[in-house]
Design a protein around this ligand. Sequence first.
Ligand code: SPV
Ligand code: MG
Length: 586
Amino acid sequence: MTLQHRTLPEQRRGKLKQQIQQGHLVRALESHNGISGIIADTVKVEGTEGSQEVVFEFDAIWESSLTDSAGKGHPDIEVISFDSRLHTINEILAVTHKPMIVDGDTGGDPNNFEYMVSKLERAGVSVVIVEDKVFPKRNSLEAGANQTLEDPHVFAHKIKRGKAVQMTDDFMIIARLESLIAGTGMRDALKRAEIYLEAGVDGIMIHSKSKDPAEILEFAHHYRELKKRLGIERPLVCVPTTYNSIQEEELKAAGFNVVIYANHLLRAAYKAMIQTAKTILSNQRCLEADALCAPVKDIFATVGFLEVKEKDKQSESNTNIPVIIPAAGDAPSMGTVAADRPRSMLDIAGKTLLDRQIKALNVNGLNDITVVTGFQKEQMKSESVRFIDNADYRQGSEVHSLLRAREYMTNGFIMLYSDILVEFGIIDKLLDRKEDIVLVVDNSIQYHEPVPGKVHDFVVSANRRQQSRRNINFDFQNTVSKIGKRIAPELATHEFVGLARFSPTGVDQLIQTFEDCVENFQGKVQEAENMSKFRFTDLIQEMIDRGFNVHYLEIHKGWLEVHLPEDIELANELFPHQNPSQLATS
Ligand code: SPV
Ligand code: MG
């Protein structure tokens, strides 16, 4: 469904009356479902009117009983229930904005008709046309079908009942004369028109199945006189299915206000469907049928699928961002605790460190996770993550591991150090940030001394605020001016927690800077002795020096790193313990 042509019932309902009052011939096209409704609503052609260039389009939608029934594989004999018709009507209304004229058949008895009027008006339909035949009617176009006319006074009473329940002035009830169809002649048609007009009907439709328009033109002539005699102005409607050579201009000149092309989209679709089905059968394949079919993409565009695709892409850029965890290195700071296994496989309160990280990511809708392995890689285990190997992990740092996963970075990514545990909400906040590079940094070091023996990734904010009790920060002001381990702690404003987000542009900047460093630098680079010792923080500092904006998301606590054996003890205290039987299902 396309959301492009939405409208509210009250905005749509009065449009048809306005169009009639503006004095041009209102052109309506049949629809029998959502897609044919979209076609009637949107198709345009360019042309000329005199010397004027104009765009031709339909003004209104005709919801036909013939095509709604046929679309459901049924004859047009009022066997399709009103609820089912209303379903189709609502389906069309949901994807269109032009006014709708509904073919109400006989309208049923007066009680049925009241409900019909009430429901159609509420839905935003502009007009219901009811025919003066006895329920259940037969379609008017088939020669020899039974056509039993209703007593005109009984029908007039039904119209009055309908008019009495209508709630707005916008809605119209039009009486359809079937005298020319049933063979009761022109005089009968005119007599009935007068009775119905006096009963308060909003307009008249004169129906004919003649190939020649003469009889409807004659009726129009008498109708003019009738209106004059009664001193009223009420629109006249025709359905030129059989007298199809008449031009709209002639109908307008004869006094018609609305022309309904009543069944053409269904008939066109039917013919194309039969031809296509036969073509497939004859060729025993579908290649030849393609020429008879619209490209799938056209259908997608018409029903709004391409818009959905675009919107999905936008929200995907927020939800399914790839995550890369560089986890290749060994962990000498852990001593014997992690001598024989990767740090990611350390047990934290009954779950591995990696599984705890995955849970925090999954909770935030992040499921595309790549873990770069190296040390004891065969021990790395977890479901639903992708493991890739950095066999040369001893010759580089986490930044080299990170770049092993560059094929997963193209649409932007989140980097998470393998020894970090964070509160779920911090990742959520990071997902809201729109800048190209955002590092998550903790301001606790402004209040606590650095821990002896720990190496901190210190950060100096470019926005050096007074450390006052009250403060307001704007994201755009929060940029990093310095990052590194050797920054004097008293100069640092924050500590990098090992979590960062890069947009696709941020990825380009990251890779471009890294490759340039690899190509051009020998010896010391930033804090690194050489390129093999070059770390993530060195790369970020190099990017800052090159003029790229590195933003930060400030947090206060809410994370911990598993760096020293005592960190495991702390983590075990902080996380609720998961016993081994729970482990299997969590
Ligand atoms: C319809 O389209 O269902 C009509 C017009 O009622 S006709 O089929 O010509 O009777
Ligand atoms: Mg009909």
